[in-house]
Design a protein around this ligand. Structure first.
Ligand code: ZN
Length: 403
């Protein structure tokens, strides 16, 4: 039999990495819950593992404990998120770990909800379980950017997706557009949609493209062991003046279409849209007299439990979102083609005329996707972004706040 020190002192990162890999299998199915994985290790061996597979089903720890059975006694649990202390469908996971005789728990990150953060850890410690927090925390944060953002800042994580030519253009000036990227890039877009709680667009995108904004399972090519949620992401159309055509294709697709408009705007038109299948929600006006985008995102977090929102839209709404500091990540697909100087840009940024006003980006990843390139970038740091969150947390870990 292996000496316990092998498990205690050699590869804690490897066990946590395994738990993170398991958690990722729930990326399309746990929403609005977070993706969580758990590995139970005893004497250098995995005795049980599991992940949160689907909203409404048991949490990761419960799956792992069921696999381990009696072998959980004296084991170490590696969990990607603080075990819950609240009474859920399968009871508090922290209590289940205690009752199963787990003696040590390694947590990647604390619960991001300030109302409950630390309670699961306290429950474990009060029961005499040794707990450490912060192993591979950055990776754990990256696994659930939307859940973390919603719990800590009351709004979703917004990811912008755009397809552009090598000269940074998206469509012709007339609005005429067509797919300029190849099938692999389109598959990636399908995956981005599938992991999102909602897809946000402007009414002009619907008027010009009649976009359906749905996940098409046959285009996803899911990896082995991964499933898809039964539901479609919520479609959200920003439509300050209620111009959405009653015959819009998205209104006939499965799933819900939410139209965000201004308060008290044209009740008759509103009624007709509702008859056509839309849900109309009134929003306050922002400084520009259009739907207040910040208020809309808060609404999506509070009322729709939206974690990740995919912004698929044209230059006007994309520019307004960027200007308002509401874009957390950009996924830009670059096609090897040129559309010329009269074609539409990525962002409409009126008033940007000096170099000093330029919008700096941090590029996190560039990779080939078939014939195209995908650039993952984030607007330069601002308070409340997932990046900043990770850094704040790491600071706390360094100072021992979370220990
Ligand atoms: Zn739980």
């Amino acid at each position: 039999m292996a000496e316990p020190f092998i498990e205690e002192h050699t590869f804690p990162e490897a066990w946590m990495a395994r738990a993170l890999t398991l958690a990722r299998r729930g990326r399309y199915t746990t929403d609005p819950n977070p993706r969580v994985g758990c590995v139970l290790v005893k004497e250098g061996r995995v005795v049980g593992e599991g992940w949160h597979e689907r909203v409404g089903e048991p949490h990761a720890e419960i799956h792992a404990l069921r696999v381990a059975g009696d072998a959980a006694r004296g084991a170490t649990a590696y969990v990607t998120l603080e075990p819950c202390a609240h009474q859920g469908r399968t009871g508090p996971c922290a209590l289940a770990l205690v009752e199963a005789g787990v003696t040590r728990v390694v947590v990647a990150m604390q619960d991001p909800n300030p109302q409950v953060a630390g309670r699961g850890i306290a429950l474990l410690r009060d029961a005499g379980v040794e707990v450490s927090v912060g192993l591979l925390e950055e990776e754990a944060l990256a696994l659930n950017p939307g859940f973390v953002m919603r719990m800590s800042h009351g709004r979703p994580f917004v990811r912008l997706k755009m397809a552009m030519s090598l000269d940074g253009r998206t469509a012709m000036r007339s609005g005429e557009s067509q797919w300029i990227t190849g099938p692999q890039a389109r598959r990636e877009v399908q995956r981005l949609r599938a992991r999102s709680s909602a897809i946000l667009t402007g009414v002009e995108s619907i008027i010009f493209d009649n976009a359906r904004l749905t996940v098409r399972p046959e285009q996803l090519e899911l990896p082995e062991g991964e499933a898809l949620a039964a539901r479609q992401p919520l479609r959200v159309v920003v439509d300050s003046r209620l111009r959405l055509p009653l015959a819009a294709a998205c209104l006939r697709e499965p799933g819900r279409t939410l139209v965000a408009t201004l308060e008290d705007h044209e009740p008759e038109r509103r009624e007709r849209l509702e008859e056509a299948g839309a849900e109309v929600v009134a929003m306050p006006a922002g400084a520009d007299g259009r739907v207040d985008l910040d208020a809309l995102l808060q609404h999506l977090a509070e009322m729709e439990q939206a974690n990740e929102v995919l912004l698929e839209t044209g230059a006007t709404l994309a520019g307004a979102m960027l200007e308002a500091g509401l874009i957390d990540e950009m996924q830009l697909f670059v096609a090897p083609t040129l559309l010329g100087g009269e074609a539409r840009p990525l962002f409409e940024l009126p008033g940007l005329s000096l170099m000093a006003q330029q919008k700096g980006l941090e590029v996190h990843d560039i990779r080939a996707v078939g014939q195209d390139w995908r650039i993952t970038a984030r607007p330069r740091r601002r308070t409340g972004s997932a990046v900043t969150l990770g850094e704040e947390r790491r600071g706390q870990v360094a100072e021992g706040v979370l220990r």
